[in-house]
Design a protein around this ligand. Structure first.
Ligand code: C5P
Length: 224
């Protein structure tokens, strides 16, 4: 039997990736955190495509796609993102990447560059993919679609703790502002905006533990 394709979209720091990873382990699926890909391109741009004002030169970035090789490698069940054979899993979580990623991700050229690798991973089934436009654009025919949301304060706390766990210094006010800014740019962009697919199940997990959110998702998958 073909394994399912599951799309998990939603706002920043609703736990999409950590929840998807646990579900992938439970159901024997491959997990792809698509946000990491946009973060990887942004990291590359910050290293190689800055103009004299220290801002990302988008045209230089667009002409550099052939120099960007992003790959997930499996390290004891955890997928690590490599850029041109260098582990960048920590770099992509830094504040400078978070501050720039939504401006990079709203570019059509960048979205087109990353679309095919996301789609081809799902061709054989057995995938859980999380992001912003998975149920609407990347995998509109996914077998199951979920859309996660939570209050801004809860999401701020989660991101703050995640950064602390990674040893990255963070200020709570700045973390909150970054989430608000990214959600606004992500929701209002013209191409593939962050929005719930018509056929997605919405889960507000402001007051739910990660375990409870996972149970809810699994109960829907078993029901359908
Ligand atoms: O999921 P994460 O917070 O790491 O995503 C970082 C950013 O990447 C998002 O704020 C959004 O701008 C972009 N993104 C996207 N489409 C996706 C996944 C992420 O535009 N499918």
């Amino acid at each position: 039997m073909k394994k399912p394709v599951i799309a998990i979209d939603g706002y920043s720091s609703t736990g999409k990736s950590s929840i998807s990873k646990i579900i992938a382990d439970k159901l024997g699926l491959i997990h792809m955190d698509t946000g990491a890909l946009y973060r990887g391109v942004t990291w590359y741009a910050l290293q190689h495509c800055l103009n004299e004002n220290g801002q990302i030169d988008l045209h230089q970035l667009f002409s550099s796609f052939d120099k960007i090789n992003l790959e997930f490698k499996n390290n004891d069940g955890t997928l690590i993102l490599y850029l041109n054979n260098n582990d960048i899993s920590k770099e992509i979580r830094t504040n400078s990447v978070s501050d720039n990623v939504s401006l990079v991700a709203k570019q059509k050229e960048v979205r087109d560059f990353l679309l095919q690798s996301q789609r081809s991973l799902a061709e054989k089934g057995g995938v859980i993919m999380d992001g912003r436009d998975i149920g609407t654009v990347v995998l509109p025919n996914a077998d199951y679609k979920f859309f996660l949301t939570a209050s801004i304060d809860e999401r701020t706390n989660r991101r703050f703790l995640e950064l602390k766990g990674l040893g990255i210094e963070a200020d709570k006010g700045q973390v909150k502002q970054n989430l608000i800014d990214r959600d606004k740019i992500d929701s209002e962009r013209e191409i593939a905006p962050l929005k719930q697919a018509d056929d997605a199940i919405i889960i507000d997990n402001s007051e739910l533990t990660k375990e409870r959110t996972i149970e809810l998702i699994l109960s829907h998958i078993q029901k359908i």
